[in-house]
Write a protein that binds this ligand. Sequence first.
Ligand code: ADP
Ligand code: 5SP
Length: 459
Amino acid sequence: MTLVAGVDSSTQSCKVVVADAETGAVVRAGQAPHPDGTEADPAAWWDALGRATEAAGGLDDVAAIGVAAQQHGMVCRSETGEVVRPALLWNDTRSAGAAGDLVEEFGGPAKWADAVGSVPVASFTVTKLRWLARNEPEAAARTASVCLPHDYLTWRLTGEFVTDRGDASGTGYWSPATGEYRPDLLELALGRVPELPRVLGPAEAAGRTPSGALVSAGTGDNMGAALGLGLRPGDVAVSLGTSGTVFTSAEQACADPAGDVAGFADATGRFLPLVCTLNAARVLDAAAALLGADHQEVSRLALSAPPGADGLVLVPYLEGERTPNRPDATGSVHGLRLATSTPAHLARAAIEGMLCGLADGLDALLAQGARVDRVLLIGGAARSEAVRRIAPTIFGRPVLVPPTGEYVAEGAAVQAAWALSGAAEPPRWERAGLETYEADAVPAIRERYAEARDHILSR
Ligand SMILES: Nc1ncnc2c1ncn2[C@@H]1O[C@H](COP(=O)(O)OP(=O)(O)O)[C@@H](O)[C@H]1O
Ligand SMILES: O=C(CO)[C@@H](O)[C@H](O)COP(=O)(O)O
């Protein structure tokens, strides 16, 4: 049996799966936590990869490896390859002001969407580089090259400085439509153009590990999930990890001047229009902490309250928000009455609030012309029975839940198998066991959420 490995170096942890290259059956898996916070020493990702690999029984018998990782993180390296400062992550909002400045200086949101498929907000690497230039000029001056989290890990594995279309499309200085870097935008942000990783084709290999395993191009974690799910046009994935994301596969590049939809590239040579929120699974972690309960109990409580939680609304901007672009927002609870001051109402409102943010995202995708035949729910919080059962009431359509699995890491393994095979398209591993959750839509929940959404206090 030929084995391939896939890595998901996401915000909260690193996961490794080892799979049969022929069938995709996962034969071993391991994981290790990442440190908390919105900046991170890239060496911590490398350490976690080592520990997750060990937990997965090692990679000595693996023919190829692919690395998918959290998007956008700014990894700055010096002339000698040392990391200049901890990486600013996708959920670090300190560059929100820089984002606003860059949008204005380049001529407005529509010009950005036209140039790079997205209107940069604080998550995008280009805004982090502007923040660095303005706030840490010494670190900026020492920055000889810039790359992303998956590029860093691929470089540690192979010694090659490369990236892929999917992850490059989250920088804000690479165009999915033309497939080229925009050095002018880098210059605008940083004042000069540092070395950038070479952008590999979807099935191209980055290189080999010292022990000889092939390493594929790697990609961003959402692009990895799309590969892992075998996402097709008409499929919309809703991922409930640290971030909430809603995305679909597209044949044409997308450019939303309103900035709600990011016009990313995917890992197959196509495109991945995507909406991202800063607040997903951790909203339920916070609800659990508030209620002194575990996730199972939060789920049980939520299902014991009525749809709409009798008017209790939780606006989940606990980390600020990216879509809508409100980096300084805080979360809020509306509609508290004696009757709604119960753990069950709060648990339900937390789940409904998190899902309403993503339903707004789905609307934004539809407004960009996306087709929705199926909604697939994945990510850590999709393990919650209450989330699965409440989702159709909010999205107004059935929700399909694939068997619990690590779709990002499995997508990275698909990419590894693809690079190994040299085939024209990635392998399609059969996935049995999709569960369908159906419920009547309850439009009043989204209507009340929309009323509450704009009443927020800033930090
Ligand atoms: N049963 C569950 N119900 C709700 N949330 C859960 C459950 N199991 C895990 N989570 C949450 O999912 C998150 C991890 O999801 P994951 O998709 O791995 O995130 P990431 O890829 O961003 O690191 C954690 O915040 C964790 O607490
Ligand atoms: O910024 C985005 C997408 O644009 C996030 O989706 C990150 O890629 C982090 O992903 P998770 O750790 O939540 O999977």
